[in-house]
Design a protein around this ligand. Structure first.
Ligand SMILES: C[S@@+](CC[C@H](N)C(=O)[O-])C[C@H]1O[C@@H](n2cnc3c(N)ncnc32)[C@H](O)[C@@H]1O
Length: 293
């Protein structure tokens, strides 16, 4: 039996609660694709329904039909709620650790050499989710960069999802999510939370002060000038279609200093010849130019 385009649940539905019909699913897919670049294939109906169920409850709406109407009326205001609900925010500390090893062994040392006069080093974590990635970048930089004389070192960490950006900004993590952070790093960069944060690890000021968190849609205009020495955009482009990925990779190249690096996720790749990058390591691309050619 085909799934109804109406909001009412098919009688034999295996799922309780409002059902996402064809017309509403297509509308939501279109809005998400146009506004966030996230491609939701026809097989993502259950995922969309599951992720939006809470949003419907929060808004006190009885059906997806009512939600789509609300979305049309509320416009940009609800777009934030929709996108926050739809995004996949899976992340972890030292995920794909080879990038952090490369950061320590050659990306930061090269940046120190290149920027010896200005002492300015900039890193962008694009699609930072709840902040594990930029916090790891900060920990590595804290270990590699000399404390005196200091580098003007900053990490920009951005994400489209305002909820995860708020969580990331707090720098507070349940200890059970920190098993991949060594005891030495935990001790140096985090302190034990107290009161409401009992049982959590809280980033110390040394680490927090390196990172600026901002909400930013990668499809929109970027307010920063750059240039960046390293850009991390890992496990983000996987949700976009090919033309969007290619455009984004070209924009990243313009934001990188010649010789700077772009790190992408394990299942992502950049097509040879589509951008001024050379593959120099596992999912590590170097922007052409600079001292090493
Ligand atoms: C799977 S997480 C990856 C987190 C981290 N980079 C990592 O690899 O662990 C993907 C993130 O990309 C963000 N994202 C999706 N579309 C985006 C867009 N158009 N602009 C900015 N961020 C986006 C999501 O909100 C989500 O937090």
């Amino acid at each position: 039996m085909p799934i109804q385009a109406s909001a009412s649940a098919p009688a034999d539905s295996a799922h309780y609660g409002p059902q996402l019909g064809d017309a509403e699913f297509d509308f939501i897919r279109h809005v998400v694709g146009e506004n966030a670049g996230i491609v939701l294939g026809p097989n993502k109906r259950q995922l969309v329904q599951g992720r939006l169920a809470r949003r419907l409850r929060e808004l006190g709406l009885p059906s997806y039909e009512a939600y789509c109407e609300y979305l049309r009326d509320a416009g940009p205001e609800e777009l934030v709620g929709l996108i926050n609900a739809i995004t996949t925010n899976v992340t972890s500390f030292f995920r794909e650790n080879h990038h952090f090893e490369a950061l320590a062994s050659y990306m930061l040392p090269e940046a120190m050499k290149r920027n010896a006069a200005s002492r300015r080093i900039r890193i962008w974590s694009a699609g930072c989710s709840t902040g594990e990635e930029p916090h790891c970048i900060g920990m590595v930089a804290g270990e590699v960069l000399p404390s005196s004389p200091r580098y003007d070192f900053k990490i920009l960490a951005t994400d489209i999802d305002s909820d995860v950006v708020a969580a990331a900004t707090s720098g507070i993590y349940p200890v059970d999510r920190m098993s991949s952070v060594s005891p030495e790093r935990l001790k140096r960069f985090f302190q034990k939370g107290s009161g409401a944060n009992e049982g959590a690890a809280v980033a110390k000021q040394e680490l927090k002060s390196m990172i600026t968190f901002r909400t930013l849609n990668l499809l929109h205009t970027w307010p920063m000038k750059g240039p960046f020495d390293v850009i991390f955009c890992r496990n983000v482009m996987i949700y976009f279609d090919q033309p969007t990925r290619e455009k984004l990779v070209n924009r990243f190249s313009e934001m990188l200093i010649p010789g700077g690096y772009l790190c992408i996720g394990h299942s992502e790749s950049i097509h040879a010849g589509s951008a001024p990058f050379k593959l120099v390591g596992k999912t590590i691309y170097r922007r052409n130019g600079g001292a090493n050619g």
